[in-house]
Design a protein around this ligand. Structure first.
Ligand code: ZN
Ligand code: ZN
Length: 404
């Protein structure tokens, strides 16, 4: 935005509501339920053990095809959830204890460095563990940007009590809540213990959502994401007692998101996997996870109403030639490094092809469409539209294919 000094007050006054809204949506709570199988959580059509999370799906988005596409073990999948990428973990000794750290930076480090936020704005809350796994020592990020770890108590109930205490006393913008009991209960081999732990985790999610709604600081400005690191063997591959291989039960996990920027009452069937979680959360937090490899889950983000009042990340120059015979180019200028997603639709709104889904560096861009669909076949002459998503921002335009 360009202001003349004299008009600054008036512009702020006129646009005050939208400016505040866009700045205030950037709060986030991520809850990880370790080792809950999809068939006992949101993948269970009866929702026997997860009534709270099921009721939240009406207010948000559930991703039906979310998977652990790497190693279905906690010590590898949790760092992947942090980093938005499958990262190496490296043995180390830290403050006298043997532990491991992640090679790639975490979403906490990106958040604290890029937003210039203190540690007590970014909490990681979990039950007591004698030696924590550590985020990265990346030279651009590292310990100076780690979250504030609160490792307390011995059960998931202790973790939720601590989380509420942290919310009341610090009001952090970013919280990561790690619930370990479901995995431990699964390894016990006792079905009743395992499903009881899922019920408890589910009720904790309900309590935390209510807490977010009851505090004006968080209400309507906080996204809640609930997911897990891995599932458990399906019944053909050893059952719920263990996990760690590539069976459907180990890979298929749940993903639930609720909040102001998330589509409501939506079940997404797009295939997504662990690295996409932190990258999507970063987009909602307004940060750039520059070393991550996941993609933003555009299909779950509600773009209505968030364009206004936000500094545009791009300038659309339109498409040329248009109408066109053999091919046309969609041209835009990108102001900052962003995840860019460009799709072409027909008049019925059906997706014809995806021209781009990648991170781009700033600069002038020109993306060609040769009037073919995703199978490479020429489409029929007519009117098409394109949608360009840049981070959370979106624009669209018409493309008229006159035929060759
Ligand atoms: Zn386990
Ligand atoms: Zn398995």
């Amino acid at each position: 935005m360009v202001f003349k000094p004299g008009s600054l007050f008036l512009i702020l006054f006129l646009s005050g509501f939208t400016v505040c809204q866009s700045q205030e949506t950037g709060k986030m709570m991520i809850v990880i339920i370790d080792g809950a199988r999809y068939s006992e959580t949101l993948g269970d059509p009866t929702h026997t053990y997860t009534p709270e999370m099921w009721s939240l799906t009406a207010q948000g988005t559930m991703v039906d095809h979310f998977t652990n596409d790497g190693i279905t073990k906690t010590y590898r999948a949790i760092p992947a959830l942090w980093a938005g990428a499958w990262t190496e973990v490296i043995d180390t000794i830290y403050q006298g204890s043997e532990t491991q750290y992640a090679k790639l930076p975490s979403i906490f480090e990106y958040y604290r460095k890029q937003k210039n936020r203190p540690a007590d704005d970014c909490f990681y809350i979990l039950k007591y563990i004698s030696s924590l796994w550590l985020p990265s020592f990346d030279p651009d990020y590292g310990p100076g940007f780690w979250p504030e770890f609160h490792s307390v108590g011995s059960t998931d109930e202790d973790v939720v009590t601590e989380t509420q205490w942290v919310m009341d006393n610090y009001h952090p913008h970013f919280m990561w809540v790690y619930l370990a009991d479901v995995d431990h209960a699964g390894h016990s081999g006792n079905w009743t213990t395992y499903t009881a732990a899922i019920r408890t985790a589910d009720s904790i999610v309900g309590v935390l959502w209510q807490k977010l709604q009851s505090d004006p600081f968080y209400k309507d400005s906080t996204t809640l994401i609930v997911t897990n690191d891995h599932g458990r063997h399906d019944d053909q591959h050893g059952g719920f007692k263990g996990h760690g291989d590539g069976c459907e039960g180990c890979r298929h996990i749940q993903f639930l998101a609720v909040g102001p920027g998330i589509k409501k009452d939506f079940v997404s069937t797009t295939d997504r996997s662990i690295p996409d979680m932190a990258v999507t959360a970063s987009s909602l937090l307004g940060i750039d996870p520059e070393k991550a490899s996941g993609n933003i889950m555009h299909e779950i983000i509600d773009v209505t109403g968030i364009d206004e009042g936000v500094e545009p990340k791009f300038v659309l120059h339109g498409s040329y030639p248009n109408p066109f015979c053999s091919s046309t180019s969609i041209n835009y200028y990108l102001r900052e490094a962003s995840q860019v997603y460009l799709q072409v639709f027909n008049l019925k709104g059906e997706s014809i092809t995806t021209l781009l889904n990648e991170r781009q560096i700033p600069g002038e861009k020109s993306i060609k469409w040769d009037a073919t669909n995703k199978r490479g076949q020429k489409v029929s002459p007519g009117v098409y539209s394109f949608t360009l998503h840049i981070g959370q921002q979106k624009t669209s335009g018409k493309l008229v294919f006159a035929g060759e």
